[in-house]
Design a protein around this ligand. Structure first.
Ligand code: MN
Length: 163
């Protein structure tokens, strides 16, 4: 009993005090399951257990592809690293998102995210998991009507206020 807890303590100490690099060859590119996504979506995740407090995923959406509606127990941060896409929360407008945009969803806020209809979109998804397993609660698909609804254009650099 104490042997196991000593071993766990040693592992925890190692995690906190040494760098850890998960090489790309250790990651797996997987097609995102069709019961949770519309269209073709590819996901890469660091192997489970690489960090106890956060899940980090790189997700690539083909044009028109998007998640189902869903929630995250501790919220989610998206950093768009390529292309153009759309995101919406329940009751809110569909908003365009572009490379460099960062999106924050609150804990248990119902939402979806995906590519634009005519462009790929790649984002990093950061799912905090300090007080839960961080697991996504998957809901119904985003209909074509919901996907197409009133997309609000993302501000362009030229229209940003100066000074
Ligand atoms: Mn999400």
């Amino acid at each position: 009993m104490s042997g196991i807890s000593e071993q766990r303590q040693t592992e925890a100490t190692i995690k906190e005090e040494t760098v850890k690099i998960v090489r790309s060859v250790e990651s797996e590119t997987r097609r995102a399951p069709s019961e949770w996504f519309t269209g073709t979506v590819w996901m890469e995740a660091a192997p489970a257990g690489s960090s106890p407090d956060v899940g980090v995923f790189r997700v690539s959406f083909e044009p028109g592809a998007r998640t189902n509606w869903h929630t995250h127990p501790e919220g989610q941060i998206l950093h768009v690293i390529a292309g153009a896409g759309r995101a919406a929360t329940e009751g809110g407008p569909v908003t365009e998102i572009k490379t460099g945009d960062v999106v924050y969803f609150a804990p248990n806020e119902k939402h979806w995210h995906g590519a634009a209809s005519d462009a790929f979109m790649v984002h990093l998804a950061i799912n905090p998991a300090a007080n839960s397993d961080g697991g996504t609660a998957w809901l119904e698909p985003v209909s074509d009507e919901q996907y197409e609804e009133n997309a609000q254009p993302a501000p362009s650099r030229a229209s940003r206020p100066t000074g």
